[in-house]
Write a protein that binds this ligand. Structure first.
Ligand SMILES: *[C@@H]1O[C@H](CO)[C@@H](O)[C@H](O)[C@H]1NC(C)=O
Ligand SMILES: *[C@@H]1O[C@H](CO)[C@@H](O)[C@H](O)[C@H]1NC(C)=O
Ligand SMILES: *[C@@H]1O[C@H](CO)[C@@H](O)[C@H](O)[C@H]1NC(C)=O
Length: 275
């Protein structure tokens, strides 16, 4: 018993000694000068690491260009997106609160396409690429929302959602320097036996070549992507079922049938309208 106590006492005093040993002046097993040396070593060591890091970072940044990305896909081909930003669109015609979410989403998206704003942009020559490689400040080709006509949200404030013929906007992702060959257009089909009537704006879903190439966020600041609006002309027989719609960009060299990437040059979404 006594032995045990002695032992634990001895342990305690060596523990105290470890923290601070008055005989040798050591703190946590080291003297003050030893601690100072260690501290100095780490300050120099981490200072050196930080210096190396900054230097390599700086060297790497020197090799980057402000205007074009350094690394790009081997074959650049754009993905498609839709607005409203939902792949499952459910519309209850008689419930404005329900479909207003979609209308608001479209309105917000179209703010950049405001006619007054777009008046300041250039009316480019249709049907050909608008090359401006040598200009420092790139100009932007005009795309007014009124070009989307019945899908512009101007005359019909609900984009067709209140009368059960909803509009969906299709946009292509921006890719710097992309020059599609041919005349790209958007073609949508409903995945069912009988075809579904659709109306395209601009006519035939054309994407004008004048909106290419895009020169990047910095050089081409106010650039707006061309849009294609699709109005689904549903009738009452089409209500209450999920319709699957696939839209593809066709008529050009843009890829639209990649097995792994379901958004490359195409997009599939679902629509259900109830009365
Ligand atoms: C659609 O909205 C109306 C009004 O809010 C409601 O009475 C009706 O049940 C809704 N229909 C469906 C299928 O949810
Ligand atoms: C476009 O912008 C102008 C001026 O900023 C504004 O008065 C007008 O209401 C806008 N139009 C639409 C359709 O948002
Ligand atoms: C749209 O796609 C469908 C199905 O792939 C095809 O049958 C139709 O001919 C295409 N329309 C146009 C205008 O290319």
């Amino acid at each position: 018993m006594a032995n045990k106590e002695e032992k634990s006492e001895g342990k305690e005093s060596s523990w105290k000694d470890f923290i601070y040993n008055p005989r040798t002046g050591e703190f946590l097993g080291r003297t003050a000068s030893s601690w100072a040396l260690i501290l100095l070593f780490y300050v120099v060591f981490y200072g050196f690491l930080a210096g190396m890091f900054s230097l390599t970072m700086w060297v790497m940044l020197q090799t980057l260009d402000d205007y074009t990305p350094k690394y790009r896909d081997r074959v650049a081909s754009p993905g498609l997106m839709i607005r409203p930003r939902y792949l499952d669109i459910i519309v209850n015609r008689s419930n404005p609160e329900q479909y207003n979410e979609y209308v608001q989403n479209l309105e917000n998206f179209l703010l950049d396409y405001n006619d007054t704003l777009q008046e300041q942009n250039l009316q480019c020559e249709q049907g050909k690429h608008f090359m401006q490689d040598d200009e420092e400040e790139k100009q932007v080709c005009r795309f007014k929302r009124s070009q989307l006509r019945q899908c512009s949200g101007l005359a019909d404030k609900t984009f067709g959602y209140s009368d059960g013929q909803p509009c969906v906007l299709i946009k292509m992702n921006r890719i710097i320097g992309l020059l599609p060959k041919g005349q790209p257009y958007v073609n949508c089909t409903a995945k069912r036996d009988t075809p579904l009537h659709m109306q395209y704006f601009p006519t035939e879903g054309h994407i004008d070549p004048m909106y290419f190439p895009y020169y990047g966020k910095k050089a081409h600041a106010n650039y707006v992507q061309p849009l294609v609006a699709v109005k689904l002309q549903l009738s009452e027989q089409d209500y209450n079922t999920h319709l699957t719609i696939e839209c593809k960009v066709e008529g050009s060299d843009l890829r639209n049938n990649d097995e792994r990437d379901k958004f490359l040059g195409r997009i599939t979404f679902r629509v259900k309208v109830t009365k």
